[in-house]
Design a protein around this ligand. Structure first.
Ligand code: GDP
Ligand code: MN
Length: 386
């Protein structure tokens, strides 16, 4: 789950990382005067509060000197569509604008902490060339990227933070605050079970102070249960169907294809998607009803899959391990009887009581195609969707 800039900076603030004074987030121009007052003396910076970097280059970051200028910028920004190099070809609607006191920038530095899977530990990534797209820099000038691997429990050691400060060319009087800042960031990374904490740019202000001007925190979804305040929070990136699925405890990710998949277990769901692709089709979703899926969950999963207008066929692939196949089959039948199934249904069952399960489906009188293997099921679903 990605946190918005405002949220990330509040976490930074609580951990002692200097951030600009903020006027908060507004959704209407009428809220601007109060926000400017909260942010203190101008100039101010208005930022499209969306989950994408690269806003600066896309007109989503405006430094303004007067309240009148701020008003024009806010009016233009709220409701605008913003497309940056991180929005993957589509645009995001700007519903919120962040109002901060503007900083006077002497220098921009890039700092982040990410998981280095090859080294199996978090790594601090830093570059003296802040403000730049780090992906570009990694290609054009990889030597300009500094790395310090971290101990996943202890975080960064002071000598590592100092080594980074020297390589970044920070003057001696900024050494202490840089070490504190990096140490705080590494603590945030660990405490929030983050997969990414990024400050781009970390600036040296004209007054010679270090300050986090932007902030991004991505929390590992698998650790959300350890952060109840986030679990309750609405994930701005989730689609309405993904939200609905989450409420009923189903793992669902919408995709672009037309074969709705209902599978129990994340691994089997991945395998099913691959097999559908191998058979020449495209899955409409990843859907894991869970190892102990109940009939009620099967019904809920059906409803969610069928709400996707692209779905042309449904493929159910259930392994009866914890749950018996006959119980699942009954759940499928109950659900199909309640829901008007407008697309072909292919079912593949395997595992405990598979014979009884298939028998139930066969005798039900409901129109569905039984498959004997995953490969058979994928081919039948692909054919049905054509
Ligand atoms: P991003 O492009 O979405 O990552 O948005 P950022 O918040 O990082 O802002 C992009 C750029 O706008 C920064 O690299 C700065 O050059 C500039 N910028 C952002 N905030 C301020 C500010 O307070 N003062 C000034 N002068 N420039 C700013
Ligand atoms: Mn940025």
């Amino acid at each position: 789950m990605k946190l918005l800039e405002y949220e990330a900076k509040r976490i930074f603030e609580r951990c002692g990382i200097p951030v600009p004074r903020t006027g908060g987030v507004i959704t209407r121009p009428a809220q601007l005067p109060a926000a400017l007052r909260r942010a203190g003396k101008g100039p101010w910076v208005l930022k499209a509060h969306v989950l994408a970097g690269g806003r600066g280059k896309a007109g989503g970051v405006r430094v303004v000197k007067t309240p009148a200028e701020a008003r024009l910028a806010a009016k233009a920004m709220i409701g605008m569509e913003i497309a940056t190099h991180q929005t993957h070809g589509s645009a995001l609607k700007v519903g919120e604008v962040l109002v901060d006191q503007a900083a006077r920038i002497a220098r921009e530095i890039y700092v982040s902490i990410a998981m280095d899977r090859r080294e199996a530990c978090p790594v601090v990534i830093a570059s003296a060339e802040g403000g730049m797209q780090i992906e570009e820099l990694a290609k054009s000038n990889p030597e300009a990227i500094l790395k310090e691997p971290l101990d996943a429990q202890r975080g960064i050691e002071p000598f590592q933070a100092r080594r980074l400060a020297f390589k970044l060319g920070l003057p001696a009087d900024q050494l202490g605050s840089f070490v504190r800042l990096i140490t705080a960031l590494s603590k945030i990374f660990i405490e929030w079970d983050a997969s990414l904490v990024e400050v781009n740019p970390l600036v040296v202000t004209a007054e010679g102070k270090l300050m986090a001007l932007d902030g991004k925190i991505v929390v590992d979804d698998n650790a959300l249960f350890r952060h109840p305040e986030l679990e309750k929070r609405k994930d701005p990136e989730a689609t309405p169907l993904e939200r609905e699925a989450k409420k009923v405890g189903i793992n669902y990710v919408g995709l672009d294809g037309n074969i709705g998949c209902m599978v129990n277990g994340a691994g089997l769901a991945m395998g099913t998607m691959d097999t559908v692709a191998l058979a020449g089709g495209m899955p409409a979703n990843f859907l894991d009803v869970g190892g102990g899926a109940t009939a009620a969950q099967v019904a809920a999963a059906f409803r969610i899959i069928l709400k996707d207008p692209n779905v042309r066929a449904v493929l159910i692939n259930i392994f009866g391990g914890i749950m018996r196949c006959d119980v699942i089959a009954q759940g499928v039948l109950d659900a199909v009887r309640k829901i008007e199934l407008s697309v072909p249904l292919v079912v593949r069952l395997e595992g405990t009581n598979v014979k009884e399960g298939k028998e139930l489906l066969r005798k039900s009188g409901i129109k569905l195609t039984l498959a004997d293997s995953l490969w058979d099921a994928a081919q039948k679903a692909v054919a049905a969707a054509r």
